[in-house]
Design a protein around this ligand. Structure first.
Ligand SMILES: Nc1nc2c(c(=O)[nH]1)N[C@H]1C(S)=C(S)[C@@H](COP(=O)(O)OP(=O)(O)OC[C@H]3O[C@@H](n4cnc5c(=O)[nH]c(N)nc54)[C@H](O)[C@@H]3O)O[C@H]1N2
Ligand SMILES: Nc1nc2c(c(=O)[nH]1)N[C@H]1C(S)=C(S)[C@@H](COP(=O)(O)OP(=O)(O)OC[C@H]3O[C@@H](n4cnc5c(=O)[nH]c(N)nc54)[C@H](O)[C@@H]3O)O[C@H]1N2
Ligand code: SF4
Ligand SMILES: [Mo]
Length: 712
């Protein structure tokens, strides 16, 4: 479908962009009028995720990114947090020299962070830069998010992405929503659940909290945090016992069933009730409802993935999907809902320490030879560091420099006080962002980037849908596009070869063409096609005349033998379980009106007014036991830190569990123990205690944390 991007009543300019917040990938128009910029709903583009044009509160607030305190000039630190403005030339030269110097000594002393908040093109470039410098130390926030999905789904189905689209969710008869507060975190995508419900679909929600999503459920399974494997095994136990699995599918398209049967045999609903706290009858009912459905999907997000056994959690849920044959057909599938607007794209383009663009392993000599030839550089075959591992290596002084493009680890990393200590220990820190963040405060050089609305390029939503976003606003001051900044640094380091062998780019289009040439899934997704087709193209798209692939695995899986590899996994709890000293389980979550570390939504007056501060959700029985009062201050303490917050006494949260949104800085509390396979931290469950405090004490403690740079 072609939409004329410039024609609008009155001859004013109406530019189609993609929302810079979440992975749903809604479109909107920004119109320039004589009195300033105006947002308009894109209700005339068939096939986009938000077909009626409507947006959620964050999407509606995008123009607040024009905020006054944007970064406008490159900055150089004189001492921590004290900067002077420098020219682009000076900033680029310094970054290039320092990176080159450290790389000469040992490139593994460098760590690069790509950004799920910017386009595909700069992400491709930053991993190319890291690799041409000789290291695979490149990662991004997907590590804290869906890295366990990427690894877990690869093991079971052969590839790590969502297997279907929002349309399939709309067509399903049963929608299981697992550790995913769909209504608050992918609000416009949730419309498809509501449409399915209007058709009579049943919704099953698995969450320790009675969320806004749970309000729409027919069945609500309220488990203890960290007990997801036991629940999945219990559901599979019932399905296998009653012979409700899809025999033909299991026989023809899977391997590993007999071992699975043996493993889940001991997970009787009664035993699973003891582990998870979910009543046995509900486990039976959920199992029967899911298995008997003609069409069913499971969506999941952080409640499943952010765990020291996230990899096993994902494999268990994928196995449940496979044995019921709910995959590879319209109206079915595995829907890990990707979070950031371009986290799918950053993963696809190799902003990961183990793969080149297109998930081609750095350890595969053939793939490495291809990229060595393509980029004209010698490349390392050693898998690089992940984000949390880099923190731990920086703490030991083994990683000496970070180049962070669009990430805010001072607030977003588990055990943030440790993350801050590591950042402070670095010899050289470059932060490229649109706002002065808590992480930028510690930088040696700060590079001002344009926001996605002031810049253009491609980005990939959770459905593997690649869309082009056009330039709608003028950037503030001297802010420059991310692709431009990385290119300049690449050239200044000395990568001046022609074509793919250097960084001589003039436009994002040119970079996307290079991506087309080296990324099999993106081969046919050219800039010309994306600009023509505003609803985008779903990868894999192997050639320019290919329409794209919305639904995966209709014939075979991407594993070497083409079959789904069923996983037999055993339950084991979170890394830290409650004890006498820390008797409660703490979990963390999001609010619909805020995004992550508040760098963007925190600058919107409207959003800030409605979602003013965090609240600790605590069950009335626990509130009584620990003397907390609704609306009054409490301190949450873990083995890593203390955090003051007002209590909200509510039965929405399970007894024994407290929950807190992490946007404002609750990562001072969380546990940075990691999953051995996917290296994701345990941010959804750790042990804590709570006590009441006076407002004065709470404010004093908050000031201390702010001074330390770990709360927003
Ligand atoms: N408004 C808003 N939307 C966002 C974002 C945002 O910051 N704000 N961020 C985006 C990003 S990057 C992501 S990754 C997604 C995340 O989207 P979600 O994963 O939906 O977000 P969360 O609120 O972190 O966690 C979801 C739920 O997991 C539950 N949970 C906690 N522990 C467990 C457990 O052990 N098991 C189970 N089954 N559930 C558990 C929590 O109670 C919570 O309701 O949202 C995206 N969309
Ligand atoms: N306790 C706890 N911790 C969590 C989570 C949780 O559920 N609980 N969730 C985790 C998850 S799922 C995620 S994804 C991470 C997110 O962690 P981060 O990615 O660190 O969080 P953001 O605040 O999104 O940081 C993105 C940064 O990019 C900047 N930015 C925005 N647009 C652009 C641009 O166009 N160019 C550049 N260069 N910069 C830009 C923003 O200003 C911001 O500073 O947090 C994780 N941390
Ligand atoms: S649902 Fe996501 S993409 Fe859509 S408007 Fe809201 S934040 Fe933006
Ligand atoms: Mo995320």
């Amino acid at each position: 479908m072609h939409v004329d991007i410039c024609v609008h009543g009155g001859g004013s300019l109406k530019v189609p962009v993609v929302c810079p917040y979440c992975g749903v990938g809604c479109r909107l128009y920004i119109e320039r009028t004589p009195s300033g910029y105006r947002l308009e709903y894109a209700d005339d583009i068939p096939g986009i995720p938000n077909e009626n044009g409507r947006l959620c509160p964050k999407g509606n607030a995008v123009l607040d990114l024009l905020s006054k305190d944007r970064l406008r000039k490159p900055l150089k630190a004189k001492e921590e947090g004290k900067f002077v403005e420098v020219s682009w030339g000076e900033a680029i030269k310094e970054v290039a020299e320092r990176l080159r110097e450290i790389a000469k000594d040992d490139p593994r002393q460098l760590m690069f962070f790509g950004s799920a908040k910017t386009f595909n093109e700069p992400n491709y470039l930053i991993q190319k830069l890291a690799r041409m410098l000789g290291t695979n130390n490149i990662d991004h926030c997907a590590r804290l998010c869906h890295s366990s999905t990427v690894a877990g789904l690869k093991a079971v189905f052969g590839a790590g992405a969502m297997t279907n689209t929002y349309r399939d969710i709309e067509m399903a008869d049963v929608i299981m929503i697992w550790g995913h507060n769909y209504a608050e975190t992918h609000p416009v995508g949730f419309r498809y659940v509501i449409k399915a419900k209007e058709r009579g679909a049943k919704v099953i929600v698995v969450d320790p909290r009675f969320t806004r999503t749970a309000w729409f459920s027919d069945l609500f399974l309220q488990l203890y945090p960290g007990t997801d494997i036991a629940l999945a095994n219990g559901i599979m136990h019932v399905i296998i016992k009653h012979g409700l699995y899809d025999r033909e599918f299991v026989e023809k398209r899977t391997v590993g069933f007999s071992e699975l049967k043996r493993t889940v045999e001991k997970y009787t609903p009664e035993r699973v009730e003891e582990i998870t706290g979910v009543p046995a009858e509900l486990i039976e009912e959920a199992a029967v409802t899911f298995a008997r459905a003609e069409n069913a999907v499971i969506t999941w997000a952080m409640g499943l993935t952010q765990s020291v056994h996230g990899y096993d959690n994902v494999r268990a849920v994928a196995t449940l999907i496979a044995i019921t044959g709910h995959i590879g057909r319209p109206g079915n599938g595995a829907s890990p809902m990707r979070g950031q607007n371009n986290v799918q794209g950053a993963c696809d383009l190799g902003v990961l320490p183990n793969v080149f663009p297109g998930y081609q392993a750095v350890t595969d000599p053939e793939k490495r030879r291809f990229f060595e030839e393509f980029w004209g550089a010698e490349l390392s075959g050693e898998v690089g560091l992940t984000t949390i591992e880099a923190t731990h290596e920086a703490e030991k002084g083994r990683v000496k420099a970070y180049y962070i493009m669009g990430e805010n680890p001072a607030i977003s990393e588990a055990n943030s006080k440790r993350a801050i200590r590591a950042l402070r220990k670095l010899e050289f820190l470059v932060v490229q962002d649109i706002f002065p963040t808590e992480t930028a405060r510690l930088a040696d050089i700060v590079l001002p980037a344009t926001s996605m609305l002031e810049n253009e390029g491609s980005l990939t939503n959770t459905e593997r849908r690649v869309q082009w976003s056009f330039k709608a606003l003028n950037p503030p001051g001297e802010a420059r596009p991310d692709w431009w900044i990385v290119s300049e640094i690449g050239k200044a380091i000395g990568f001046t070869g022609s074509g793919a062998r250097g960084f001589n780019y003039r436009s994002p289009e040119e970079i996307l063409r290079e991506i087309n040439a080296c990324t099999p899934q993106y081969r046919g997704i050219t800039p010309e096609r994306l600009k023509e087709n505003l609803a985008g193209i779903h990868w894999p798209c192997p050639s320019e005349d290919h329409p794209g692939t919305p639904l995966l695995y209709t014939e075979r899986f991407l594993t070497p033998d083409g079959k789904a590899h069923l996983a037999s996994v055993e339950h084991s709890g979170p890394a830290e379980i409650p004890d006498k000293d820390y008797p409660l389980i703490l979990t963390t979550m999001r609010y619909v009106g805020h995004f992550h570390t508040l760098t963007m939504t925190g600058r919107s007056e409207l959003l800030r007014k409605r979602w003013r501060e965090p609240f600790l959700e605590v069950h009335p029985d626990d509130a009584e036991r620990f003397k907390l009062k609704d609306g009054e201050w409490a301190v949450v303490e873990t083995r890593r830190g203390r955090y003051p917050v007002r209590a909200k006494v509510t039965k929405a949260v399970k007894r024994g569990v407290v929950a807190i949104p992490w946007h404002w800085g609750a990562n001072v509390l969380t546990n940075d123990a990691i999953d051995p396979v996917s290296k994701i931290p345990d941010t959804k469950a750790c042990a804590c205690r709570v006590r009441p405090v006076s407002e004065a004490e709470a404010r004093k403690l908050l000031d201390e944390l702010r001074e330390m740079g770990v709360v927003a």
